[in-house]
Each structure stands twice: as C-alpha cells, then as structure tokens.
Ligand binder design. Sequence first.
Ligand code: G4P
Length: 555
Amino acid sequence: MRLVNSAEESSSSNQDELFAAALAQEVVRRRNFAIISHPDAGKTTLTEKLLLYGGAIQQAGAVKARGEQRKVTSDWMDLEKQRGISITSTVLQFDYSDTTINLLDTPGHQDFSEDTYRTLAAADNAVMLEDAAKGLEPQTRKLFEVCRMRQIPIFTFFNKMDRPGQEPLALLDEIEAELGLATWAVNWPIGSGEQFRGVVDRRTKEVILFDRAERGKQSSERHLAINDPQLQNLVEDELLDKALEEIELLEAAGSEMDLELIHAGELTPVFFGSAMTNFGVRPFLDAFLEMAQLPVARISSDGPVDPLTPNFSGFVFKLQANMDPRHRDRVAFVRVCSGRFEKDMNVRHARTGKMLRLSRPQKIFGQDRAVVDDAYPGDVIGLNNPGMFVIGDTLYTGKRVEYEGIPCFSPEIFSWLRNPNPSSFKNFRKGVNELREEGAVQILYDTDQSKRDPILAAVGQLQLEVVQHRLENEYGVSTQLEPMGFQVARWVTGGWTVLDELGRIFNCKTVQDAWQRPVLLFKNDWNLSQLQEDHPDLELCSVAPVVSGVDPIKL
Ligand code: G4P
C-alpha cells in the first residue's frame, strides 16, 4: 500500500516538474510591449514593419491602406476612419525567431490617453518612438510619465532618419535632460536626410548600409566591418568620421550598457532608423528581443506574483463592446500574469467570488479572431464579456489573488447627456451602462434622483464625441450634449459622512459616481484651492479610488 502511494506521489511530482519546465519555457519565449509616441511619429508604419518580419501580415499596406484614409488593423471604428485617428487599441501577437511577441497597440490621439494608460498597465516594456526631426513631443512626454510611474523599461527608436533630422547627440541630450532618463545608443547614424548612409552598430562594430529600399519591402541591410576597405567607396569620409568621433565621445562620456538599469526603467537603449524605408527595423527587433524584460511578477494584494506560479491568474485591462458590428460582441481583454491559461478553464472572479467557465477565449488580431487553446504570462486573451467584468478585475485559479487596480485619469470635461426621445430610453440606458463599463467615458450622476440624465466625465473632448457616435451607431439613440462648465473633479476620500459634517460648501457641485461616492466638481483650480483653504482637513483625491467587492450602480 505504501509502495503504491509513494509511486503515485512520485508520478504526480514528476508531472509537476514537467509542467513547471514547460511553463518556464513558454515564459522565456514571451515578450510584450506597447509603443508610445506622438501622432505622426510613425507608429503605424513601424507596427506594420514589425508585423511583416513576424510574418503576421503578408504585405505592406495590410495595416495601413496607403492613399486612403488612415486605417490600421486595429482601427475598426467608423469614426476612426472618418477622422483619420486611432482611438482604440488591440493586441497584435506574432512569432519571430522562436519568440512570441505581444504588441499592445495604443491609441495615438491624446484624448484617449486613458485607454493608453490602461494598456500600459498590461505592458512589460515600452518602445518610445520619436521623429528624429522633432525630438520629444507632448504626447510622448505624457506617456513617458506613465511608464516611469510603472517603471517600465523603455526602448527608444528615432524614426525618419531618411529625412533631415536633429543632431543625434542633441536628441540624446534632450532625453537625458528633460526626462531624466540615461541613454545608451545601440547604433549610431551616419549622416541624415539625403545624406543618410546607415548606422554603426556599437556592439558588433559593423556598418549597416542604408539602401533606400522600395517602400514596404524588407531592406537588404548590407553589413560591413568598420575597417572594410569597400566602405570608402560607399560612404563619404567626412560622414563616417563624424559618426566615429561621436561614438568615441559616447564611449568616453556616455552611459554604459547595463541590463539591470534598462529593466528598472532608468536607462534606455537607443536606435536610429527609418520605419518607412524599413531601415534598422530588424536590428531593432533583434536587439529588443535580447534586452527586453520577460513577463514580470505583478503586484497583487499579497505582494508580487511570479509568472512561474503554476496557478493561472490575470487581470482585465480593457473592455470593448461591439468590436465586430456583425456580432455585437463585448470583449474583456485579460493579461495573463501567471500559470497556464487553458480553454474551458474554471476560474474565480476575485471581485465577486463567483466561479466562471471560460469557454470561448479568443486571440484578437485587429478584426480577426481565433479561439485560443492556451495562453501564458505576457499574453493577452479576449473573453466574451456578458457584462460581468470591470476594468481591473482579477481572475485566478487556486489560492486567491487580486491584482492592484488601474486608476482612472482625472476627468476635465463634464457634460449632461440628454436623450430627447423617451421611447428610446431602454437603448439609451443599455448604451450608457455598457460604454461606462468599458471605460469609454466616466459617468457621474446628480445627487437629485429626479434628474436622471447622466453626466459624461472625460479627459478629452473626442471621448464625448465617440460616446455620442457609438450611441447612435451601435444602440440607435441620438443624444444631445449640454456642457456643464466644470473643469476639475475631486473625490471626497472620507465619503458622504465627511461631506455631511462639513455642512454647506460653496462654488462647487456635488455629484456621485457609479459607486455612489461623492465627487465635487469645480469651475477652476482657484475654486478648488479656496475650498481646501477653508477646510484644510478635507481629504480630496483627483482620481476615482479603485473599488473592490461591489457592483456599480446602473442608469
Ligand atoms: P502614426 O501612426 O504615429 O500617427 O504615424 P504613421 O505611421 O501613420 O506615419 C505618419 C507619416 O510619417 C506617414 O506619412 C508615414 O508614411 C510617415 N513616415 C513614417 N515613418 C517614416 C520614415 O521612416 N521616413 C519618412 N520619411 N516618413 C515616415 P503620411 O504622408 O501621413 O502618410 P502616407 O501617405 O505615407 O501613408
């Protein structure tokens, strides 16, 4: 009897070991990143080239139809096409040289920073893409701050080197001085614009020649040793000498390559290239895969959770309704954080404690989707969301974990949303509730129950337009917006009791959020500081605190 038991024990421990080894192998193969940039820096173009290398698309232009309005694999909404902007984000997974890469696509327009912010919560690395002629731009700075807060490693790619750009040393200085981020150039440009001849790879001491490849084609990228006599005929002496002098300067005075500092988000590897002409993209991808952070331990209520923990866990970082208008579906995007996810798995929903069977997990690639059988840390899966998930929700098997939530941006634009047609109230209500759940906009409510119209609270004006547009197109309700004239919102940390004790307060309007917590709206910062001067003990918070364990109220 004892013999049988010990045989069983040893076979189960063998299985555990095999599982752990297989899991470790998958985790080591995974890289995950998001691109942060200012509109027009070339994010769509770079994404397209990366996908071409990964074989995920077969031809250039599959991502972005040239000559017509902007259209990205991940841009699926009419409004995006009409306005030529990228609002929503999805995930693009592709394999390249035995690595599975998850590219978390982020919207380019600043009015949708909140969506980008949530996506960055699911990213292990970020690529900061800059136009070499423009250097740092506002949207990039803002998104960089989010990366810094989360200590995400940043890889910098200076794009458009085929066009006249700023001096490369000045570009590095700007990052160091303005972002306080040390730089380490992996390659260094030889000339720029018409005189761009290629880059010197500082690690291999090779020159990679630029050959102005036909648009969309993969460039041949000829490599020559730095002392190869052929170089004399291919690159002007003064251009090569200048590049080599600058490299010497970097060797003497610049930072050293240090993987630990890169992973701590304190040192950024820098690359120069041209996404449009497909120059420098492959070397960038190769170096990125080598240096990028593997799926990292995520912070939960019980401390960090190692991705190699055998039990599955993950969190919802994005919700999206009606991605495919033909199916009217609602998808919750889950970042896998630990263990192995399997189709048909029973998992626990941390906020409600309910068990769920995940029977149709999907891999989403722009508009296309396929059922996934398994997924590993660093991957993102799409779950059909029949209204039970909110952003930040944790799913797990085994021992309970709950990941730290994703706070919202503080809204700055407030508007009543009117539904002039009472017969469409049902659709209006459904649309408002669903769009709030997916975080398209924050919804506040008047404290006076008789005023049933919701208040839309947004970070950017376009967010409101998107809500109206979607209500009309997806729910068949035409609505009106009535601006409220407030610009600042503050959550009262102590809740209604504290507010009641305060008595009457002036120059602000009290409303409530979907969790029935008091929110004060002010016309300007001055009114806010006045209140704070009058009530120095009143604790206010500029973003909605993360909620756990309760369901939001609905319209
Ligand atoms: P975004 O997603 O960051 O907004 O930028 P996107 O890729 O759409 O690129 C913005 C513009 O910059 C595009 O030109 C694109 O072709 C161009 N571009 C991207 N990378 C490079 C590069 O390496 N060199 C040069 N010279 N241009 C680059 P467009 O005129 O707006 O569009 P299109 O007519 O080229 O499609």
